[in-house]
Design a protein. Structure first.
Lengths: 158, 533
């Protein structure tokens, strides 16, 4: 069974960082993983998406259109234009589910959304924490691990 | 497989790692999406890699390294191979010594390119063998194989990648850990390297004979494989299409071609005859199907609508079911734009105000063609802004001709704008001409790479610096100005007005560091100053 996660947002918001962390967490958890994204012109402040697929064996690196199990959108204004990517019954994870008032560093919203995503996935907290440490500068570890925890709790409450 | 050596790499990173393991002594290229990260990763891995001013020079440097019996790789995006086509075609006639591998990173769907040309045609046209990896594991393995093929048959080998192989990260098991060490040495070989007709005539025959040998090798032991499942449907594919095919049609029997030129026609024919229905699934041009039909292999091709853009799992399903109904068009996302404090914004504000006819070029400033400016009116290829501006100046009535301006970035100017200036001096239009070099001190669009006019190498260490204003003056431009557009917008406006009215040849260098790169540039300059004491 392959799980498809699509990340969306605007250039500079940490879309690719969020997908990097998720891919690493899935790898640490022992899955086969593929991650796909576009670089270059598309990143100058425009819409950015990135796909992470994981499972026993992943073939295409791209989530087939309309087959995302989870859609993680960092920019509220990018939700509608990306909704088509979700399969029927797929789960949308957007900033409105996070208690933004409790988020000490607003830039960590991407990692807070990963916390909310983590509730849905078969990847344990240790793997997530290790992946966050792997992809972020040490001085940002604490604030991002806290953001992840905040996102996880926000999702669990719902 | 050794779990401890399980790596997670993009195709570009996998090629760099394999190049390192293959003992590549020198890697060169010009930045271009989706190829850029190969040279960058190679340098990060401790290899000697460098940016050339353009792909043609990069290729020529690679030929020299090969003639010195060193292994070498040259990387570029698909359109870069147009620039390097001249050395490619004749290097195929010459006998390379050290393995020479050229990476062509194609961009089907044009994520960040001006066309979606299919560079498989180049392998055929230049008669060089071509390998097409489907994921990062194959990018690693095929890079090693490419060097072996190059040295066995003494030909350049093309590693043809595409965006979703270059930029997708997949699991890689690397079977080596240490680079091979190969000492370079020189041996004269005039008959095989001096391509005057007397030598080139036998060289062409020799190349065709090599291709025949490579065909036999590809048939017998090439990197092709059959996934044997249900014979009612057989699919022939290569590269990333293989992954989409396996997912879209898990029950189909599949022939995956790893070395797609020269093609193993016997293998293909046997495969096609072994299945009830045979379909060719290929991204881009119908090159494979046409090659097969030319030798009498019967197979179905994709409907022409799937020639445009990338393939994916859904499109492969549609091809297999013969679905030619209109495809779902996803809503358009937010288009890219110039950064809020980008110095190019000031330049386009002035150009728009002065009602200039702007001939453009390739870089971040291409975004000036989009709203809110819509101030750049052409984009064809690297360096074309100057020639196109001159052509317009020559034919338009004087009042219109006098409004024509060419806009080109610093890295693009070094890449292929210099010869445009030579043309300008040699064939000046009656109304003169004005070239704006937007010098933001970096190759911004591809991710802020150094170039010859920054005076720093790929690792940001100091090196010889090409001074753009000196180049313009040396070529024979008398009006050469340097201005900071953001500090003095009114000054830029009056300077441009004056240059346009002069009816002479003018180069205005708008110099202001890219806002994204400014911090890095200042840091590098501080470090250099500190090192100099």
């Amino acid at each position: 069974m392959v799980k498809n996660v699509v990340f969306a947002g605007l250039g500079g918001q940490g879309v690719l960082k969020a997908s990097d962390i998720t891919a690493s967490a899935a790898l640490i958890a022992g899955f086969d993983v593929k991650k796909s994204e576009l670089h270059g012109m598309s990143q100058r402040g425009g819409s950015v998406t990135s796909d992470v697929r994981f499972g026993d064996a992943v073939l295409s690196p791209m989530t087939p259109p309309g087959e995302a199990d989870y859609l993680v959108v960092i920019a509220p204004d990018q939700v509608e234009i990306n909704r088509w990517q979700l399969r029927q019954g797929g789960v949308l994870i957007e900033p409105s589910i996070i208690d933004m008032g409790a988020l000490t560093n607003k830039k960590a919203v991407n990692v807070a959304l990963l916390g909310a995503l983590s509730v849905q996935l078969d990847i344990d907290g240790v793997a997530w924490a290790q992946a966050i440490r792997e992809h972020l500068d040490e001085r940002h570890h604490e604030v991002n691990l806290a953001a992840f925890e905040l996102g996880r709790k926000s999702a669990e409450r719902r | 497989m050794d779990f401890n050596h399980r790596l997670f790499l993009s195709g570009d990173e996998a090629v760099a790692l394999a190049a390192r393991h293959a003992g590549v002594a020198l890697m060169t290229g010009y930045p271009g999406t989706p190829s850029t990260e190969i040279v960058e990763s190679f340098v990060q891995l401790g290899g000697k890699g460098q940016w050339a001013p353009n792909e043609k020079v990069a290729f020529e440097v690679a030929i020299g390294a090969s003639f010195g019996n060193a292994r070498t790789m040259v990387t570029m995006k698909h359109v870069g191979l147009n620039v390097a086509a001249d050395p490619l075609f004749t290097a195929a006639y010459a006998e390379v010594a050290g393995g020479l591998v050229v990476v062509s990173a194609d961009d089907p769907g044009m994520a960040s390119s001006q066309n979606e040309q299919d560079n498989r045609h180049y392998a055929v046209a230049a008669a060089v063998p071509m390998l097409e990896p489907a994921d990062s594991q194959e990018a690693y393995e095929f890079t090693l194989l490419a060097f072996a093929i190059s040295e066995r048959w003494r030909v350049p080998v093309m590693l043809r990648m595409t965006t979703r192989v270059c930029h997708a990260k997949t699991v890689v098991y690397a079977d080596k850990t240490q680079p091979e060490r190969i000492a370079a040495f020189y041996e004269r070989d005039i008959a095989h390297r001096v391509m005057i007709p007397a030598n080139a005539k036998p060289a062409h025959r020799r190349l065709r004979a090599k291709l025949a040998e490579m065909t036999a090798w590809n048939e017998a032991e090439g990197p092709n494989k059959v996934i044997d499942v249900d014979k009612s449907l057989g699919i022939i594919c290569s590269g990333i299409s293989f992954m989409h095919v396996r997912e879209a049609a898990p029950d189909a029997t599949v022939l995956k071609l790893g070395m797609s030129y020269p093609l193993p026609f016997d293998t293909i024919r046997q495969f096609a005859e072994s299945v009830d229905r045979c379909v060719v699934i290929e991204e881009g041009d119908p090159w494979l199907i046409e090659s097969l039909r030319a030798v009498g292999v019967t197979a179905e091709s994709k409907p022409d609508m799937y020639r445009f853009g990338e393939l994916n799992v859904e499109r492969v399903r549609r091809i297999l079911s013969g679905d030619v109904s209109p495809e779902f068009v996803p809503p358009r996302g937010k288009p890219p734009e110039l950064c809020p404090a980008c110095p190019h914004r000031t330049v386009y504000t002035v150009l728009t105000k002065l009602n200039c006819i702007v001939q453009g070029d390739i870089g971040c400033y291409s975004l000036g063609a989009l709203p809110p400016f819509e101030g750049m009116e052409s984009l064809i290829c690297m360096g074309a802004s100057i020639g196109m501006g001159l052509g317009l100046r020559h034919v338009l009535p004087a009042d219109e001709a006098s409004r024509v301006v060419s806009v080109i970035g610093d890295s693009t100017f070094v890449h292929s704008g210099i010869t445009g200036l030579v043309e300008m001096v040699y064939n000046p239009p009656p109304t003169g001409h004005v070239v704006l070099i937007l010098d933001n001190g970096t190759t911004a669009m591809t991710g802020m790479q150094e170039h010859p006019a920054t005076g720093r190498k790929i690792d940001h260490q100091p090196t010889g610096k090409v001074i753009l204003e000196d180049v313009a003056r040396a070529i024979g431009i008398r009006r050469v100005h340097v201005i900071d557009p953001t500090r003095d917008q009114a000054g830029l406006e009056s300077l441009l007005t004056e240059c346009l009215a002069s009816r002479e040849l003018a180069v205005i260098i708008c110099r202001k560091p890219c806002v994204l790169a400014a911090g890095k540039i200042m840091k590098a300059e501080r470090e250099l100053a500190a090192a100099a004491g």
